[in-house]
Design a binder for this molecule. Structure first.
Ligand SMILES: [Zn+2]
Ligand SMILES: [Zn+2]
Length: 103
């Protein structure tokens, strides 16, 4: 098992290449851009209700054998959140006042 580096924001579809400092993930690897997390989701994952952290950047070169982006490439499978924008807004409004560690 390793972290799935998903290719795009699941809300606005912005490309999030593996070296992007803008990628944010929840504990289930749901992946969004920093702008969506801040301005749309308000640190509430629309899929699971959890909070977000910056996605770690996998080293491009193998500093240890077999462990690099070349050996373990990023995912190319796009995911899209199944919830419409108004539902996401309501869900986020319900949970954003509660810190992730209390949800
Ligand atoms: Zn986005
Ligand atoms: Zn999630």
């Amino acid at each position: 098992m390793m972290l799935e580096l998903r290719p795009t924001c699941e809300h606005c579809n912005k490309p999030l290449p593996p070296d992007s400092p803008e990628a944010r993930i929840c504990s289930y690897e749901c992946t969004f851009c920093a702008a969506c997390v801040e301005n749309v989701l308000h640190d509430v994952c629309p899929n699971c209700g959890g909070g977000f952290v910056p996605r770690p950047i996998r080293p491009a070169q193998a500093w240890r054998p077999g462990l690099s982006l070349t050996d373990r490439p990023a995912s190319t499978e796009r995911h899209a959140s199944p919830y419409p924008s108004d539902e996401i807004a309501a869900f986020s409004a319900r949970l954003q006042g509660v810190p992730p560690e209390k949800r």
